[in-house]
Design a protein around this ligand. Structure first.
Ligand code: F6P
Length: 603
C-alpha cells in the first residue's frame, strides 16, 4: 500500500551525522540535483494507484459514520480524551481535543500516514533526494536552518557549508550597514531598507518582520531603522513603499529566486530609476543589493555580484524565508543575532519533525488532522486565527505555503486524484475576525479553525480598575471562541433563558465545529521560527499522504503566459492607435474589456 521510498536513509542516522571536513566541492556542483534520485522517488511510487484505494483510507471512510454519531459537546466531557489529545514540543503546546476525532480516529490516521510512506518521505526530504520530481530538485529548506556541524548532502555533496557561507556574508554585510561602515553614495548611513519581491520572496519575510517589530528586545535592536516591502506591480504600491524615504539613506534589496519574475523586475527597475534620478548611476552599487539563485541575471541588472546573496534551487520560493530571502532583510533590521534565534527555533521543530514518533509529532499530527478534515469530513477551508496582532501576517504567508503546495489535481506520478486535496486558507487576528467573518464559522459553513495564542504578550497593559489585563482580555476570547464552536448552544438552553420561540432557531448554535489551539510561551524570534517550521511541515505531511508533489507550482504559469500576450497586444494597439477586433484572437468578452480599457473610459 502507498508509496515507499525504500532507499531513503534517515537524516539523523550515523551515516549523515558527521562533521564536515573534506568537502571542497563548489556551489555549482553541489546545487545540481541528481536525476537518478528523482527517478528513484518516482519508481517507488505505485504508479497510477491512489492512497484512496488502500484499506487504511477505506477504514477511515467507514469510520466517518462513527464520528458523525458524536458531538464535541460530549467528547469534551471525556477527561482522558482531553488529556490524550494534546502535544507539546519545546514549549509549543497543541490541544486538538476540539477536533472531530477520537483516539481511534488518530490510530487510523497514523496508520494512513504509514501506508502513504510519510516517514520515508520525511527521510527522503532531509536526505536531499530530488523529491520535487517535476523540477528535478531536492526539497531542502531545512538545510537553510541546519547548524554548522550538520551534513546534508545533495547529489553527494554537503550543502550546509554553503548555507553558512551565505549566513556569514549576511552577518558581515548587515553589521557594516548597521554600524555605519557601509554608507550610501553621499556618505550618509543607510537606515531604511526596501525589499522588492513577491510571493515567497515577500510573504515569509513580511510575516517574520510583523511578528518581531513589537517584541521589545528585538525592537530595541531595530531602533532608528525602517524595513518596508514592495511586492505588487501596482504603481500605487511603489508610491506607498517609497513615500517619505530619502534615496540617500535607503538600501534596496531585490529578492527574487529566478530574477525573472515580471512584477519584481519592473518594480526593481522603477526603484533603480528612483535612485538614479536622485543620486546618479554610480549610486546603484551602494544602494542596491540582491538575493537570488540567478547571479548572472543579478549582474546583468547592474547589481555587483559581490553584493548578491545566493540561495539554491533546492529551496522552494515559498519555503525560502530562512535563506537570505528572509535573513538579509531581518539581519539589516534587527541584527544577525535575531536571525540566529529564528533559525534555531525553526531547526528545533525540524529535528522534532524528523525524529519524533508519529503519535508525538506535532507537524505529523496536525497534518493528518487537516487531511481528515479535508478528505473525509469534507471541509473545504481552514481559518488561521492568531490571538496575537504580531501574527497578523501568518495567515497570508501560510496561505501561499499551503495553497501553492497542495493545490494540485494529480499525484506526483500524474494520476488524477479522486479525493479532495488542499484547503482554502484564510485568516485574521482575533478579535478582529470575530467582528467580521466568524458569524459564518459559527452558524454557516463548517470551517476548521486554528487558534493561536501566546501566554506572555509582547506588550503589557493593565489598566487600573479593570479585572483583567488587556492581554488577558484578548486571551479570554481565544479560549471562549474554541468552546463556542465546539459546544454551541441548544434550544433547550435558550428556552431556559426565556428566549422567545421565534428567536430560538436564530440563536441556536449547532456546535460540533472543529478547531485546534496552539499556545506559545511568547512571540519572539525563536518561537516564530518554531511556528513557521510547524506549518511548513504540516503542509508537507498533507501532501505526502495525498501523494502530491507539494513543491512545484505549475498552476501559476498559464496566467503569466497569457499576461505576456496581453502585454504585447496592449503595446501594439497603443502604438497603432487602434482597438482590438476579432482578428486579434481574444474571446469577445476580453476583447470588449480591453477596448474599454484602451479607450481610457472611467465609466
Ligand atoms: O507565484 C509563483 C512564484 O513562482 C512563487 O512560487 C514564488 O515565490 C514567486 O513566484 C516569486 O518568484 P521569484 O522569487 O523567482 O521572483
Amino acid at each position: 500500500s502507498g508509496a515507499v521510498l525504500k532507499n531513503a536513509t534517515s537524516f539523523f542516522s550515523a551515516k549523515t551525522i558527521k562533521t564536515n571536513k573534506n568537502n571542497t566541492l563548489k556551489n555549482k556542483k553541489r546545487m545540481k540535483p541528481s536525476s537518478k534520485a528523482a527517478t528513484a522517488v518516482l519508481q517507488t511510487e505505485h504508479k497510477g494507484s491512489l492512497i484512496s484505494s488502500t484499506s487504511e483510507w477505506n477504514s477511515l471512510k467507514e469510520h466517518v459514520k462513527d464520528i458523525e454519531k458524536t458531538h464535541l459537546r460530549d467528547l469534551l466531557k471525556d477527561y482522558n480524551r482531553c488529556e490524550n489529545l494534546t502535544l507539546e514540543h519545546d514549549g509549543v503546546y497543541v490541544d486538538y481535543a476540539r477536533q472531530r476525532v477520537t483516539e481511534e480516529t488518530m490510530e487510523k490516521l497514523y496508520a494512513l500516514a504509514r501506508a502513504s510512506g510519510v516517514k520515508e518521505k520525511i527521510n527522503a526530504m532531509f536526505s536531499g533526494e530530488a523529491m520535487n520530481s517535476t523540477e528535478n530538485r531536492a526539497v531542502l529548506h531545512v538545510a537553510t536552518r541546519a547548524p554548522r556541524s550538520k551534513v546534508i548532502n545533495v547529489d553527494g555533496s554537503n550543502v550546509v557549508p554553503d548555507v553558512h557561507d551565505v549566513l556569514d556574508k549576511i552577518k558581515d554585510f548587515s553589521d557594516r550597514v548597521r554600524n555605519g561602515e557601509w554608507v550610501g553614495h553621499t556618505g550618509l548611513p543607510l537606515t531604511d531598507v526596501v525589499c522588492v519581491g513577491i510571493g515567497g520572496s515577500f510573504l515569509g519575510p513580511l510575516f517574520v518582520h510583523t511578528a518581531l517589530k513589537t517584541n521589545q528586545s528585538h525592537a530595541a535592536d531595530a531602533q532608528g531603522r525602517n524595513l518596508r516591502f514592495l511586492a505588487n506591480v501596482d504603481p500605487v504600491d511603489v508610491a506607498r513603499a517609497l513615500n517619505g524615504l530619502n534615496p540617500e539613506t535607503t538600501l534596496v534589496v531585490v529578492v527574487s529566486k529566478t530574477f525573472t519574475t515580471a512584477e519584481t523586475m519592473l518594480n526593481a527597475r522603477t526603484v533603480r530609476q528612483w535612485i538614479i534620478a536622485a543620486l546618479g548611476k554610480e549610486a546603484v552599487s551602494k544602494h542596491m543589493v540582491a538575493v537570488s539563485t540567478n547571479l548572472k541575471l543579478v549582474s546583468e541588472f547592474g547589481i555587483d555580484p559581490k553584493n548578491a546573496f545566493a540561495f539554491w534551487d533546492w529551496v522552494g520560493g515559498r519555503y525560502s524565508v530562512c535563506s537570505a530571502v528572509g535573513m538579509l532583510p531581518l539581519a539589516l533590521q534587527y541584527g544577525f543575532e535575531t536571525c540566529e534565534q529564528f533559525l534555531k527555533g525553526a531547526w528545533s521543530m525540524d529535528e522534532h519533525f524528523a525524529t519524533a514518533e508519529f503519535e508525538k509529532n506535532l507537524p505529523v499530527t496536525l497534518g493528518l488532522i487537516s487531511t481528515w478534515n479535508v478528505s473525509f469530513l469534507g471541509c473545504d477551508a481552514r481559518a488561521i486565527l492568531p490571538y496575537c496582532q504580531a501574527l497578523a501576517k501568518l495567515a497570508p504567508h501560510i496561505q501561499q505555503v499551503a495553497m501553492e503546495s497542495n493545490g494540485k489535481g494529480v499525484t506526483i506520478d500524474g494520476t488524477p486524484v479522486d479525493y479532495p486535496t488542499g484547503e482554502i486558507d484564510f485568516g485574521e487576528p482575533g478579535t478582529n475576525g470575530q467582528h467580521s467573518f466568524y458569524q459564518l464559522i459559527h452558524q454557516g459553513r463548517v470551517i476548521p479553525c486554528d487558534f493561536i495564542g501566546v501566554i506572555k504578550s509582547q506588550q503589557s497593559v493593565y489598566l487600573k480598575g479593570e479585572i483583567v489585563s488587556n492581554h488577558d482580555e484578548l486571551m479570554c476570547n481565544f479560549f471562549a471562541q474554541a468552546d463556542a464552536l465546539a459546544v454551541g448552544k441548544t434550544p433547550v438552553e435558550l428556552r431556559a433563558e426565556n428566549c422567545p420561540d421565534t428567536l430560538i432557531p436564530h440563536k441556536t448554535f449547532t456546535g460540533n465545529r472543529p478547531s485546534l489551539s496552539i499556545m506559545l510561551p511568547e512571540l519572539n524570534a525563536y518561537t516564530t521560527g518554531q511556528l513557521l517550521s510547524l506549518y511548513e511541515h504540516r503542509v508537507a505531511v498533507q501532501g505526502f499522504v495525498w501523494g502530491l508533489n507539494s513543491f512545484d507550482q505549475w498552476g501559476v504559469e498559464l496566467g503569466k503566459v497569457l499576461a505576456t500576450r496581453v502585454r504585447a497586444t496592449m503595446h501594439d494597439k497603443r502604438n497603432e492607435g487602434k482597438m482590438l477586433d476579432s482578428s486579434d484572437g481574444y474571446n469577445h468578452s476580453t476583447e470588449r474589456m480591453l477596448n474599454r480599457y484602451l479607450q481610457g473610459k472611467a465609466q
